[in-house]
Each structure stands twice: as C-alpha cells, then as structure tokens.
Design a protein around this ligand. Structure first.
Ligand SMILES: O=P(O)(O)OC[C@H]1O[C@H](O)[C@H](O)[C@@H](O)[C@@H]1O
Length: 532
C-alpha cells in the first residue's frame, strides 16, 4: 500500500472518543472489507450475547453465575434493587473507611496513623491492584503499598524485612474472593506470625476483602478484624478491579476511585454501541480475530510507551489468557482456544526482544500504547530541541513503521495521559473486548476450569508429603524410595516422592536423603536426627 493509501486507511479506521480523548488505530492490521463482512454476523451475535449478559443472563453456564462487573460502573444496570443497593453501599463504605484511615479515626493500637498497606492476594485479587497502584499512586500518597502475591517464603521475608518496624503501622488487606486460595492463606498466616513475633495484635491491623460467608470472612469476623468488604459472586476475579478488590487499596493510596469508575462507565457506554467502527472494543476483538485466525495463532505483544503502565501487560495476561484459554467451546467441542499475551514497555523492549518481532518468527501482533502527555511540567531540550518525550514518541512511531515494513501487524492505542479516568477506561475497554471476542469464538470467557486441575494436583502432592514423612519417621530405618512408595500405597508415585523428599532435604527438614544425587533411583531416605 502506498503512503497516500495508507494515510487514507488510517483515517478510515481511526476511532476517537471525544470525552476520553482516546484514539484507537487499527489501520496497521491487514484485514480487508471482505474479512469485515465475513465476521459481521459473529460480531452481531456477540453484541446480542453481551447485552443479555449485562441484563443478568447466566453468562457463565458451568458455574451458573451471572457476570456483573459492568454493574459496578453503573449500579442502575444491576438486575435487582438489592444488588444496586449493595454496589452503592460498598462504594460509600470504601470512601468512609478511607477517611477514617487517613484521619486516624481508625488507627493502629500503638500509633496515630497507618503508614503502610500490605496487600495479600493472588491472580485477580492482586494483578489489578498492582497495576493500578503502579500506574496511579500519587507522589504524596498518604500510605505506601507492598504486595504478597505468592507462597514464596523468601519473597515474604523480603517484604517483611522491607516493612521492618513499620509493621506496627501497617494495614493488612487480605484479598480473596473464595477466601480459600492457599497462597493467600499462607501469606496471611506468615504475616500473622510476624505480628505475633513483634508482640502486635494482627486483628487490629487486618481487613478482609472476600465473598460473604467464605472461610476468610468467618475468620475476620470471629477474630474481630478491623472490617470486611464484600467480593460479590457475580464479579470474576480478573474483572474485579472496580469492585472492593481494587478500589479499597486505590482509595487508600489517594487515587480518585470515582474518576476510575467514571472512566470505566464512559468506556462501557462506548463499547455497548453495536457498530464496529464506533466501538473500540469491537475493533480490538475483530483485530485479534484477524491476527490469529480466530484461533489465537498469533500472540499479542503489549508495549505501553510509559513506565507507569508497566504492569498493564501482566494484568492483561490474566484477563485475556484465563478468559480465552479454553479446551472446550460452549457446545462442548474440543477447540484449544486462547490468545497469548506478553509484553513489558517501550522503548525498553526495543533493546531486548523487538529484534525478533521485526525480523524473526512472525507469530505475533503488537499493541503499542501511546500516552500523549510526556510529564507534568516542561521538558528540557536534549538534542536539536527534541526532548526525552519526543524521543520516546519517535521510538514508538519507528517501531510501528518498522513492523509494518516487514508485514507485522500492530494496533496503536493512544491516551492523553495516565489518569484514574483513563486507567478505568483502559480496564473497561479490554474486559469488553475479551467478552466480545469470547462470544465470537464461542467460549465461556468467565470460568477457569484448568486452574482447578492444577490446584487439585498440588493438594495431592502435599497429601503425599504428609504420608511420606509419617512413614519415614515410623520406619526407624533407612528406606529406598520404592520401599517408601509401597509403604504409603503410592507405588506409581516414586518420582513425585523423590521430588518432595529432595525439597525437604534441601531445607533441612524432618528427613534426609542418603546416596548419590545424580542417581535418584539409588537414594534412600531416613528421619533426620535433630542435633542439639
Ligand atoms: O480471589 P481468590 O478467590 O483468592 O482467587 C485468586 C485467583 O485464583 C484462582 O486460582 C483463579 O484462577 C483466579 O481467577 C483468581 O483470581
């Protein structure tokens, strides 16, 4: 395509949202009108399914759940008055709680104010809050936030060491929809222990954000934690940023959560329009379909050219891959669907893997995110009058052109600045795009059956460990791995046993392995005798 035709294509496809000042450019995706015509029926169907979902249809059939994250942004849309009241009340409670914390009306037992937040959660209960705090925390935030989002003991130690003496003025948010996620439970128990060690009362520092009646909810109530906020059954973890899950920490950090919700609401309205060119989420969904042939054949590389948006790709990874990565479609056919997402930030990545994007295996399409505002305040000239921001902008254009020049597709999303309103809009844009694309490819975008399989397998391993340790201790002599496996009626689990024992041994726990590590089959195991 020559320059004039390309410029025309740019104008023909450019989407602009006047209220948000957001642009979406899909002109560098190679689809033609024939493709758009072919996809129109699927898109029309997706618009209808999305309207039914918003009206309260059971859009997650396996789990018999409604999908209601859109109501969080406009409670008038909630299907019952009770749900509307619940949404409004939660927002009001978050605001009241924020005032109480900031003013010191709710304070730690031994100081006049909380100074830090420690948020414990994983997946949808961490990625949104992490993304938003990285993107929007003001320089003069009233509290500082850190996260525990794993069951890694050394990781937990690092965070606790960083908090050090501040533990006594730290507010701990335990965030889990189910209230039973092991990583989150483990983090909480470790933190509780750290409080005990310092002679502090954990309950006077703790807040739970969880489903009503969950084990976490019960624990918080029994132990008299500061308060609890609800996580509703009809909000999925990966779309929960605009529920209490994301709003409590954001509000405490001094981020304007009303603006964030408002930005999402404006975007929701824009992405309800059942016309491709007037609906940025539909333009994204169509582009994704085009790039990967509706089967995720190409990966989505997300490159925000702005440091504060660093965690957006990680946030999108869960949103997109947990929603779309499915073995079965809604009719039960085996489809192995998905759309892989990765990315970090530009121009940093241009000095890392963009070489492969430009010249290597063409198995991706890029999403470049441009932020028009360079910084608040003026910039100095670096070179021939050009500022660092001009360079960054030039690098983005350069990458876009270089990709296009080698037949690699890209989408460019442009926002005026990284503000609460725009971040809310970005979140809403992508969760609608994922929803529409999910309907287009006929998968349930709102469940995650594959994750459950991994959780069950992990529980089996821990059960095996308990039995193995008990059997080694009861034996009173060294056992070969095969003997041990037979003793605990797990003859086909020798490899798993070996891996468990090697980990216990490496940590000086209750057993030790004897023999040559290079030949696992020759190893034997015995109880470790404690040296006094
Ligand atoms: O909020 P929670 O119930 O603790 O769940 C945290 C996360 O873990 C699960 O395994 C799911 O795959 C995620 O969708 C969820 O966001």
């Amino acid at each position: 395509m020559d320059a004039a035709a390309l410029w025309q294509r740019y104008q023909d496809w450019l989407y602009y949202h006047p209220e948000l000042g957001m642009y979406l450019d899909v002109s560098r995706m190679g689809f033609d009108d024939g493709f758009v015509d072919r996809l129109t029926p699927a898109l029309t169907q997706a618009f209808q399914s999305m309207a039914a979902l918003e009206a309260g249809a059971i859009a997650n059939p396996d789990e018999q759940r409604m999908v209601g994250h859109y109501w969080l942004r406009n409670s008038d849309l909630a299907p019952t008055p009770a749900l509307k009241q619940d949404i409004d009340q939660t927002l009001a409670d978050i605001t009241t709680f924020t005032h109480q914390i900031h003013s010191g009306a709710v304070r730690p037992p031994s100081a006049s104010r909380f100074t830090h937040i420690l948020s414990i959660g994983i997946g949808g209960s961490a990625l949104g809050p992490q993304f938003v705090s990285e993107a929007l925390t003001p320089a003069d935030a009233p509290l500082q936030i850190t996260f525990i989002d794993n069951s890694d003991p050394a990781g937990i130690d690092r965070i606790l060491a960083k908090l050090g003496d501040h533990l006594s003025t730290t507010l701990v948010l335990v965030v889990s929809k189910s209230g039973g996620t092991p990583e989150t439970r483990n983090g909480m128990v470790e933190v509780q222990h750290a409080y005990q060690q310092q002679g502090l009362v954990f309950a006077r520092h703790a807040v739970a954000i969880t489903g009503d009646g969950s084990s976490l909810d019960q624990q918080a109530k029994t132990e008299g934690w500061i308060t609890t906020f609800p996580m509703h059954d009809w909000v999925g973890g990966r779309t929960s940023q605009l529920s209490a899950v994301g709003l409590v920490s954001a509000s405490l950090l001094g981020i304007d959560i009303q603006a964030m919700v408002q930005g999402a609401k404006i975007m929701d309205e824009a992405t309800r329009i059942p016309q491709l060119k007037q609906n940025p989420a539909a333009l994204l969904a169509l582009s994704w379909y085009y790039a990967g042939n509706g089967k995720g054949e190409k990966d989505m590389v997300v490159l925000p050219y702005k440091d504060s948006l660093l965690l957006f790709s990680r946030y999108l990874q869960q949103l997109v891959m947990e929603s779309l990565g499915k073995e079965k479609d809604l009719d039960g056919n085996t489809v192995y669907q998905g759309l892989a997402v990765y990315g970090n930030k530009g121009s940093t990545d241009q000095h890392a893997y963009v070489q492969q994007l430009r010249e290597g295996v063409p198995n991706f399409f890029a999403t470049l995110i441009e932020v028009l505002e360079d910084r608040t305040g003026p910039s100095i000239a670096i070179d021939n009058g050009a500022t660092t921001g001009d360079f960054l902008s030039g690098f983005l254009q350069g990458t876009r052109a270089a990709l296009y020049g080698n037949q690699r597709d890209s989408i460019t999303l442009t926002i005026p600045a990284v503000t609460p309103r725009l971040v809310g809009a970005l979140i809403a844009l992508y969760d609608r795009a994922v929803g529409l694309y999910g309907f287009m490819i006929n998968v349930n975008a709102y469940h995650q059956p594959g994750v459950e399989a991994g959780k069950k397998a992990a529980a089996t391993v821990l059960d095996l460990q308990t039995k193995a340790v008990a059997a080694v201790q009861a034996a009173g002599q060294a056992l070969s791995l095969t003997e041990l496996a037979h003793k605990i009626q797990a003859p086909d689990q020798v490899e798993s046993l070996y891996l468990i024992l090697r980990h216990l041994d490496a940590n000086g726990r209750s057993i030790k392995l004897i023999g040559n590590p290079a030949q696992p089959a020759t190893l034997s195991v015995e109880a470790r005798v404690e040296v006094r």
